[in-house]
Write a protein that binds this ligand. Structure first.
Ligand code: IPM
Ligand code: MG
Length: 366
């Protein structure tokens, strides 16, 4: 029987996006060699602020179609503050990819690894292990500049729209509850918290109503509620109490950075964006142009996103080897930190992008 093969569209993007993509593909290849049973083919797509500067296009012609034809998309990071569209916003074709492929489920894992300096002094911070599930196609990003959907846009006033639809929200909450079930099987607590602002906005009361409706099919999963402002407080006060937090797009954008800060910083902030037929994986951090090409970037957020991608492919294709390869990567990262053998410069350590990558590969092979 032929080994199943998957095509990955890679968009390295700008700044450190290039460094961390290279690191991730090297680690994925090591995990693939270790586990076997599948193969990956990569196809690079040019996109980003640098590409826009050169060509006037934010993604190459047919790039979106190529991304859509792949089994998964891996993206480094896109954007440079010095390069903007005519309307003043930054180059962000990936927002169009989220929209085009309806990647509604934005998974942002927040997990404390051993030996990373914790931002909270409480010992319980070592147990932080949660998922921020950020809806990624509508909410307040519905009228993001790249979509050109502002209802009012004059030189005296500009309005943006916060859109919540039943169709997307039902899928989002089902995704949250199903994920809670899976995590519960592996020992997590199985709690989904609906984070909203239902005390003030009709759209948010609607979001919560659908949460309640969908929760009925998951009686085994505990549910909770938090207003987003109180959630920001609780993420500092008792982040170890949470398992899955489900929320609107903009709230998720903000709280995922806050939560990432609790467990080290954006260098640990992985992200998977999943729709019914497509998945895009990228670190949640930006392009950090100040350290690009200096071998200083922490590649872990990207590498962890690569592991999420393998898990996604495993589910999609029903192939255990892919899920094993995903675990090989996260286990290598865990043991590397545990042995204090992974010491990223981001946390004051002595290891740059390449050294961290090499150590993870060494752990995978050992
Ligand atoms: C993220 C980023 C993006 C977003 C930017 C770069 C467009 O902040 O993935 O969180 O706002 O979604
Ligand atoms: Mg963000």
């Amino acid at each position: 029987m032929a080994i199943p093969s998957f095509q990955i569209a890679t968009i390295k993007g700008d700044g450190i996006g290039i460094d961390v993509t290279d690191a991730t593909l090297a680690v994925i290849d090591a995990a693939q060699s270790r586990v076997g049973g599948f193969s990956l083919r990569y196809r690079q797509i040019l996109a980003g602020a640098g590409y826009y500067q050169e060509t006037g296009l934010d993604i190459e012609a047919e790039g979106e179609e190529m991304a859509g034809a792949a089994d998964a998309i891996f993206l480094g990071a896109i954007g440079l503050p010095s390069v903007r569209y005519e309307n003043g916003t930054e180059i962000s074709p990936h927002l169009r990819l989220r929209d085009r492929f309806q990647l509604y489920a934005g998974i942002r894992p927040i997990k404390a690894y051993p030996n990373i300096p914790q931002k909270l002094s409480d010992d319980r911070a070592a147990a932080i292990d949660m998922i921020i599930l950020r809806e990624s196609t509508e909410g307040l990003f519905y009228s993001a500049a790249v979509h050109d959907r502002c209802p009012v846009e004059t030189d005296d006033e500009v309005q943006d729209t916060l859109r919540i639809t039943r169709k997307t929200t039902e899928k989002l909450h089902d995704f949250a509850f199903n994920m809670a079930r899976k995590r519960k099987e592996k020992g997590s607590r199985g709690i989904v918290t609906c984070v909203d602002k239902a005390n003030v906005f009709k759209s948010m009361a609607f979001f919560r109503k659908i949460f309640d409706e969908r929760s009925r099919a998951f009686p085994d999963i505990e549910k909770g509620y938090n207003y987003v402002d109180a959630q920001a407080l609780d993420l500092i006060r008792k982040p170890w109490d949470f398992d899955i937090l489900v929320m609107e797009n903009m709230f998720g954008d903000i709280l995922s950075d806050l939560a990432g800060g609790l467990v080290g910083g954006m260098g640990m902030a992985a992200c998977g964006e999943i729709g019914d037929n497509h998945g895009l994986f990228q670190p949640a951090h930006g392009t950090a142009p100040d350290i690009m090409g200096l071998d200083k970037a922490n590649p872990l957020a990207a590498i962890l996103s690569g592991s999420l991608m393998l898990d996604y492919l495993a589910d999609k294709a029903g192939i255990q080897a892919l899920s094993d390869a995903a675990d090989v990567i996260t286990d290598a990262i865990h043991s590397g930190f545990f042995q204090n053998a992974i010491r990223p410069a981001e946390f004051g350590g002595d290891m740059g992008t390449r050294a961290v990558t090499q150590e993870i590969i060494r752990q995978i092979n050992s």
